[in-house]
Design a protein around this ligand. Structure first.
Ligand code: GLC
Length: 425
């Protein structure tokens, strides 16, 4: 297909996945609104329907909890084809939502839309979303910063968006599954089980969910005593970037008190991120709060350091060397895990496959920090994957074949807003 035809196809995917105010990631497998999916999807809509882009984000924040959390999933309507659905989460919210969050990329996307509109500080839609982002970032600060160093603790692996990354394996091993009971997965009815987490892993995901439900989704209790407590390198970098983007908007609005609050938080994270640096790996890695151990694993999320704007020259050199290792045997960039790694599987979800939203953020950061050749390679490989296989959820770094669900919203959005653009940063 030619570039204009692929763009038309991408637009038609977003239109078809549009349920009126929110976009499902893909039909069948994911029939609701997902948090960071919607943020990226708005970037795609902004390329051809700006109003619809803002609406996507407004619908997302309509599910924000009173304590500030923007949930991972909003169940706008019930769908028997998904597990765990609203009755399993039982959060008692209207609209029903899950009880956990997802990567805080919203403020970065709002800044992008606002600047595309001409960056008017009086823009009312931008202001309302800025308020929602601020509330959400404060929630992270209150509930998810146990070391008070500006990093992000996750209490469920689903929060990271990198669901079955091998970074979580050891912490998940310690989760007690003896009381999980029986349940029926639905994901493996939609796509090949070889592309999904295993049954053993899924039991652990459900056990963590059950802990949250049993304590009535008390976020303090979950943060202090939950069965899974990890400092996620991905979300720590994403929140730092989001705070920088939020600061730009808050300054434009002229709210100096909030600007000072954000500056302090940014400084804290810039310093705190050292806690994730793993000298042996030469990269930032997720770290388990239960044991204090670094995962030592270099994944695509490690390179979000460039996107967050952290690291000194020596660390950048080591990161680029690690990027060389992550990609040396890959035909397409950017794999989510190194081919030599124990858990690597080129088609199993976050244990190897390429995810364009992470590739986009990494490429943006690489371009901003002077590594243009790497950024270009990631972008052209991303476009090549779509040209070869279509708009899949993720792709094999070895063959370029699509894995997971087809006609995926955020992949279509990444084509329109980034890799399918003839001239792109
Ligand atoms: C999977 C992905 C997650 C995404 C969701 C919906 O759970 O791991 O990142 O948000 O699907 O697409």
């Amino acid at each position: 297909m030619t570039i204009p035809l692929l763009s038309e196809h991408a637009i038609s995917i977003l239109r078809r996945n549009d349920h009126g105010g929110y976009t499902v990631p893909t039909h069948g497998l994911y029939p609701y609104q997902w948090n960071w999916d919607s943020a990226f999807v708005a970037l795609g809509f902004a390329e051809f329907d700006r109003d619809r882009a803002w609406v996507e984000l407004e619908t997302l924040v309509s599910g924000q909890w009173d304590d500030g959390m923007i949930p991972q999933i909003i169940f706008h309507q019930d769908d028997p084809g998904y597990f765990p659905g609203p009755a399993v989460w039982a959060t008692g919210r209207t609209p029903p939502t899950s009880g956990i969050t997802q990567p805080p990329v919203l403020a970065s996307i709002v800044r992008h839309l606002w600047q595309a509109e001409g960056a008017d500080p009086a823009h009312p839609r931008m202001r309302a979303l800025v308020a929602a982002c601020l509330k959400s970032h404060r929630w992270f600060h209150t509930y998810r910063d146990p070391l008070a160093n500006g990093l992000v603790m996750v209490t469920h692996n689903w929060e990271t968006g990198r669901d079955n990354s091998s970074e979580w394996d050891e912490a998940l091993d310690r989760v007690d599954t003896s009381r999980v009971g029986s349940y029926q997965r639905r994901d493996t009815a939609h796509v090949d089980a070889a592309m999904r987490p295993t049954a053993r892993e899924y039991d652990r995901y459900v056990a963590i969910l059950q802990f949250g439900r049993a304590c009535g989704w008390d976020h303090r209790e979950i943060a202090d005593h939950g069965p899974f407590r990890m400092i996620d390198v991905g979300m720590s970098m994403e929140l730092l970037r989001a705070n920088r983007d939020l600061l730009v908007m808050v300054q434009a609005i002229g709210d100096s008190a909030t600007a000072d609050e954000l500056k302090a938080r940014i400084a804290l994270s810039e310093h705190g991120v050292d806690w994730l640096w793993n000298e042996d790996a030469g990269a930032y890695c997720s770290r388990d709060l239960g044991t204090g151990q670094s995962s030592g694993l270099v994944t695509n999320a490690s390179f979000l350091a460039f996107y967050a704007g952290v690291g000194n020259a020596a660390q950048h050199a080591r990161l680029i060397a690690a990027l060389g290792r992550l990609t040396h045997s890959a035909r397409f960039l950017l794999p989510s895990l190194e081919a030599g790694s124990r858990a690597y599987d080129h088609q199993r979800y976050w244990r190897g496959p390429i995810w364009l939203v992470v590739s986009y953020m990494v490429a943006l950061g690489l371009a901003e920090t002077g590594h243009q050749a790497w950024a270009d390679r990631i972008r052209s490989d991303s476009a090549g994957l779509i040209e070869l296989s279509g708009f899949y959820e993720s792709f094999s770094p070895e063959t370029g074949a699509g894995s997971g669900g087809p006609d995926f919203s955020w992949t279509a959005a990444m084509w329109l807003a980034w890799c399918g653009k003839v001239a792109s940063p």
